[in-house]
Design a protein around this ligand. Structure first.
Ligand code: GLC
Ligand code: CA
Length: 515
């Protein structure tokens, strides 16, 4: 086992409550995940990243953590989590967990104690409590990322800060007790064999409350936090950190990847670009110039639990979408979207560095845009006054088998309903179909494992609208985003194409790997 296995790893993101339900209550769980480990081993992934699996009132899908050292009862037990970690290891699959440092749940012990202890107490110092302004106004006018005021008043009159929902009070990272607590939480899980830590909302821990505008992203003090975390992960073998930072400034972004901070971070620039050759090339170059000089491996992400599913996103005629595009009901062409998502998958898999695959991406699941209003759970829906339908559409339970819902997800009614036409997208229906998205991912990941992953790329001359590069192994990847078919580069072997060639040429919106 290499100590730097994560440099070129293919990491599969499991959104536990939507992956597989082992006990029939309609909610995915550890028993379900353990039963599906052979599926993930066959798919060919190196690791699993699990969204928060801790006890949570689920005000934000588990990103409101009530106890950082336990497992959400509807997901299973700590013993089951430990068993899962070792079963996955036995199959060569590592585990990355999600740590949420910016905020806890309002049900977490510390917050309950802070409410009880009252103003001026040491318990309140662990959070960001302030008196309000005259006239019953909050301490400042900051707005929460989930809409509405970023402050909520408690019974004794003080206000607490929450960058997200009111159920997610922000910790005070200037308090050494908070720093120590998270060190202890990291050790708790590293001692239990987890191989990596995903750091939620990593850039926003420090706030300048005197600022009129919201001021919390990327304060210099945050780097000391991750230096401390790095010292801890470095005291174990082969562990790593991956940060979630949504930051437009790549130079500032790179600071998080200095040799004594995080090893990796999610690359959201690539995910945010429209389906356009110049845009994608610019993103790839920007990513490489940000990462290569400092020795950090880039990562490539096409989707996750916060953004629109690729087949829906890439099927929109208006390609000027943003990363958080949730313009539900905006036209999308599913055939075009699937074709482009296939081409994008082989492109992303061929790039140097790590790869993230979000559950269901390998099945080509679309965004579910017509969930009934009353079932929507994302706090964005209610907090936006029903103008933003939120992220539930990419969190619908996975279809495994059969002809009708719940499609083998479990015996109960899934917590979000699956569309009836997903019968054509089940694992069962795609598994042996040579043209399916699943087969494309399985084949791509297999070749990627031996010939791609970590390393560098060399751009080769190509027609306008065409991306062509060679990898160290000699494999060449070509993506045609131009309106006309193009010739493949000289080769002896055609390894894989995202869609069939036409008269020996590579059609529009298609990627091929050749040698
Ligand atoms: C991250 C998570 C998102 C969550 C937010 C607050 O962006 O990916 O799902 O809502 O942090 O924790
Ligand atoms: Ca369950």
């Amino acid at each position: 086992m290499s100590d730097t296995w994560w440099r070129g790893a293919a990491i599969y993101q499991v959104y536990l409550r939507s992956f597989a339900d082992g006990n029939g209550d309609g909610i995915g769980d550890l028993a379900g995940l353990r039963a599906k480990l052979p599926y993930l081993a066959e798919l060919g992934v190196d690791a699993i990243w699990l969204n928060p699996w801790y006890p949570s009132p689920m005000a934000d899908g588990g990103y409101d953590v009530a106890d950082y050292r336990a497992i959400e009862p509807s997901f299973g037990t700590l013993t089951e989590a430990e068993d899962y970690i070792s079963e996955a290891h036995a199959l060569g699959i590592r585990t990355i967990i999600d740590i949420v440092p910016n905020h806890g749940s309002d049900q977490q012990e510390w917050f309950v104690a802070a409410l009880a202890a009252g103003p001026g107490s040491l318990e309140r110092e662990r959070f960001i409590f302030r008196p309000g302004r005259d006239g019953g106004l909050p301490p400042n006018d900051w707005q929460s990322i989930f809409n509405g005021p970023a402050w909520t008043q408690v019974d004794d009159g003080e206000w607490y800060l929450h960058l997200f929902a009111p159920e997610q009070p922000d910790f005070n990272w200037r308090n050494p007790e908070v720093v120590e607590e998270f060190h202890s939480i990291l050790r708790f899980w590293l001692d239990r064999g987890v191989d990596g830590i995903r750091i939620d909302s990593a850039a926003v821990l420090f706030k300048d409350l005197d600022s009129v505008e919201e001021s919390y992203t990327d304060h210099d003090e945050v780097h000391d936090v991750y230096r401390g975390w790095r010292r801890i992960t470095d005291s174990y073998e082969g562990r790593f950190l991956v940060g979630e930072m949504w930051m437009p400034d790549q130079e500032r972004f790179a600071l998080y990847l200095r040799p004594d901070e995080m090893q990796t971070a999610f690359n959201f620039d690539f995910l945010s670009r429209p389906w356009d050759a110049d845009e994608l090339r610019a993103s790839i170059d920007l990513t490489l110039t940000t990462h290569v000089p400092i020795g950090a491996p880039p990562t490539w992400v096409l989707s996750n639990h916060d953004v629109t599913r690729p087949v829906t996103k890439y099927g929109r005629p208006d390609t000027s979408f943003s990363h958080q595009d949730r313009k539900h009901g905006m036209a999308t062409d599913p055939v075009l979207g699937e074709r482009r998502a296939r081409a994008a998958a082989l492109l992303a898999m061929a790039l140097p560095g790590g790869l993230y695959v979000y559950q269901g991406e390998e099945l080509g699941l679309p965004e579910v845009e017509n969930l009934p209003d009353e079932l929507l759970q994302d706090p964005l829906w209610v907090r936006s006054g029903g103008t933003d339908r939120g992220r539930d559409g990419c969190r619908v339970p996975i279809p495994w088998s059969g002809q009708e819902p719940p499609f083998g997800f479990g015996s109960g009614t899934p917590w979000l309903p699956q569309p009836a036409d997903w019968k054509n997208l089940t694992v069962e229906s795609q598994h042996d179909d040579q043209n399916s998205m699943l087969t494309l991912y399985r084949n791509g990941l297999r070749i990627r494992r031996t010939e791609l992953g970590d390393g560098t790329l060399t751009w080769l001359d190509a027609d306008p609208g065409v991306l062509l590069f060679a990898r160290d192994s000699g494999l060449k990847c070509i993506t045609n985003l131009s309106p006309a078919p193009v010739d493949l580069p000289p080769h002896t072997d055609l390894l894989l194409t995202s869609n069939p060639l036409e008269n020996g040429k590579l059609p529009t919106d298609t990627t091929a790997w050749v040698r």
